[in-house]
Design a binder for this molecule. Structure first.
Ligand code: ADP
Ligand code: ILO
Length: 354
């Protein structure tokens, strides 16, 4: 083990431990866990430092840890397990994530029949390709390989899903910014990902696929190898969900995705493991949101997470919040989306009564 790595772990830990950070990495990386793991390595050569770089650099992280490769979840289990259990609301080290189950895709309806509160609805999931490591270990050639595999697979989609792949390398800054402003594309320069060594060779291998109406989109090589997204204006979660399920089933016929017996689908960030599903609405609840702390408290009661208008680590613009299911593990795909459906229905009810 490189003594520099151990020294950086020790000094980074001291500085985090004496900070006011509210991150999960600070909460669970005790001196004992540090001692236990500071000399461990995965067979890819990743160390604990590779996992915690982001949380050590950014004390305002909510979580602060990423898995540089799939093996990290096992080798560094003493730090990943408690964070997974905390974030996913009680998914214990002995728990096994259920098999993929999309349920009855016709069972979900419209969240807001009056069209009064919900501005738009989005459901996304993440996938990693079998045979490739996660971001910090990918070579430039592998980034290009993944892009080629993903874009040629998406080329084969038909009907409503048919669309085009746009590599970031060929995109003007204006087009890129417009796609970001319209909530279709990932932002550039995420400091949490950069600190985790996840933005190397940018923009090589990064890109976005979308159909004509921009209701089905795929992000390539941002945080995960693939993010599959279905979204549209209004509150028709049923339509959004059905489109995503059709697309994932289609893409799965060609691409093999990394899956773990206990953890479900594997992702770079432990918050996304399991179903990898984040089902969200952009919603205006002026009465409830008059007190942000109260909104967060009520949302948490229904296992929902509140984000700003431009996603995580952003503020609400014009009173528009992004509210989604928080946990993604220990429940099926259908249950994760239903958790959001039921919670949003309740929030709307409370708003009406306020
Ligand atoms: P994710 O982890 O789901 O990719 P981010 O928080 O980074 O999430 O958000 C990605 C983008 O998706 C942001 O531009 C965000 O505004 C947009 N977004 C999320 N939910 C919705 C929604 N319901 N309607 C429209 N845009 C959304
Ligand atoms: N590392 C960041 C983000 C954590 C969860 N979000 C995503 C996009 N994976 C943090 O700890 O705040």
């Amino acid at each position: 083990m490189d003594p520099n790595v151990v020294a950086k772990l020790e000094s980074g830990w001291c500085s985090l431990a004496s900070s006011g950070s509210k991150s999960l990495i600070k909460k669970y990386l005790t001196k004992e866990v540090l001692e236990d793991l500071k000399r461990q390595k995965t067979s890819f050569g990743s160390t604990l430092l590779d996992c915690v770089r982001s949380g050590f650099e950014h004390h305002d992280s909510g979580v602060g840890i990423y898995a540089p490769d799939a093996e990290a979840y096992t080798v560094f289990a003493p730090i990943f397990d408690p964070i997974i259990e905390d974030y996913h609301k009680g998914f214990k080290p002995t728990d096994i994530h259920p098999a993929q189950d999309w349920g009855d895709v016709n069972a979900l309806g419209n969240l807001d029949g009056e069209n009064k509160y919900v501005i738009s609805t989005r459901v996304r999931c993440a996938r990693s390709l079998v045979g490739y490591p996660f971001n910090p270990l990918l070579t430039e050639v592998q980034y290009k390989d993944i892009e080629e595999k993903v874009s040629s697979t998406l080329d084969g989609l038909a009907g409503d899903l048919k669309g085009e792949f746009y590599p970031l390398t060929d995109m003007s800054k204006e087009v890129q910014q417009k796609l970001i402003d319209d909530h279709f594309l990932f932002k550039e320069g995420d400091r949490f990902l950069q600190a985790a060594n996840a933005s190397r060779f940018w923009p090589t291998g990064r890109g976005i696929f979308h159909n004509r109406d921009k209701t089905f989109l795929v992000w390539c090589n941002e945080e995960d190898h693939l993010r599959l997204i279905s979204m549209q204006m209004g509150g028709n979660l049923g339509e959004v969900y059905k489109r995503l399920v059709t697309a994932v089933n289609d893409v799965e016929k060609t691409l093999a995705f990394s899956h773990h017996d206990r953890l479900g689908f594997l992702t770079f960030c432990p918050t996304n493991l399991g179903t990898t599903i984040r089902a969200s609405v952009h919603i205006q609840l002026p009465k409830l949101a008059a007190n942000k702390a109260k909104l967060e408290e009520v949302a948490a009661k229904y296992s929902l997470q509140v984000r700003g208008t431009r996603g995580e680590h952003t503020d609400a613009e014009g009173g528009v919040y992004d509210i989604s299911n928080k946990r993604r593990m220990g429940l099926t795909e259908y249950q994760a989306v239903k958790e959001m459906y039921d919670g949003i229905k309740e929030l709307i009810k409370i708003e009406k009564q306020s």
